[in-house]
Design a binder for this molecule. Sequence first.
Ligand code: NAI
Length: 288
Amino acid sequence: MSDIQRVGVVGCGLMGSGIAEVCARAGLDVVVVELDASALAAGRERIARSLAQAVRRGKLAAKDAEAAQERIRFTDDVTRLADRDMVIEAVVEDEAVKTEVFRTLDKVVEREDAILASNTSSIPIMKLGAVTGRPEQVLGLHFFNPVPVLGLVELVPSLLTGAAAVERAESFVREVLGKHVIRSKDRAGFVVNALLVPYLLSAVRMLESGFASLRDIDEGMVRGCAHPMGPLQLADLIGLDTLKAIAESLYEEFKEPLYSPPPLLLRMVDAGLLGRKNGRGFYTYATS
Ligand code: NAI
């Protein structure tokens, strides 16, 4: 049995809300930290909607959804993470913001062998471990969106992560959360995004150059390669700001043109067209 029972999640956006939900559904005690009351309300609402959807689809009993919701406490006070066995950081993909969060976690989390994990898609784990006094406890746990549905987590040790923390994190993800684990070196993008992001950026370049239409690009990959959705639909699902940030980190790390974010993506982010999360990206969505 895992010794990880009390989990903290920092950031309750698209990913943090999903991570908090799967932890609560696994029976864990969860504390969610966000910046302010409105972000907390949005996160709570996102989790409630996702649980309700799981009930509607017959994946979860109504009483289990209710119990999961009750296991999550929401706060803007980071010191409430003091007694956690593991904290998973899922704030915006911004190195300065994340390093500040890790500095704070190092001060606040009392258990010396608590695992401090980041859900970053592209920021080196070593940079996050290095700002703490316990880099052997810091590692990447990269979940996939939507977290309650997708069964993979990439486990990313840095050069200084201890073997014990890696083993504990791996058995926690497998046995408690019931997800499959693959391991990756601490390189921008890890395994999946290093392969996926150049593909998504190529689709944006294809659209930008007038090579093919939005719908034809997506339909091509859905019908021709049996992908569940096309690349531009997937870019909207990931969030165009997040995709841009991941591409920039990959480009900075490898200096390969295939990772460089194309102008159309940059302009869309400048324009506030961020994809599904705010209703407009390559496609337009009904917002609730
Ligand atoms: P998001 O923009 O939906 O959520 C980020 C949340 O962090 C916001 O609610 C924001 O208020 C909060 N936040 C910012 N600074 C904070 C702080 N100091 N303390 C507490 N909360 C704070 O972003 P999303 O998509 O959830 O991404 C979060 C992380 O997950 C990023 O590192 C991203 O690269 C990674 N990720 C994203 C995936 C995706 O498909 N969107 C997939 C896998 C990983």
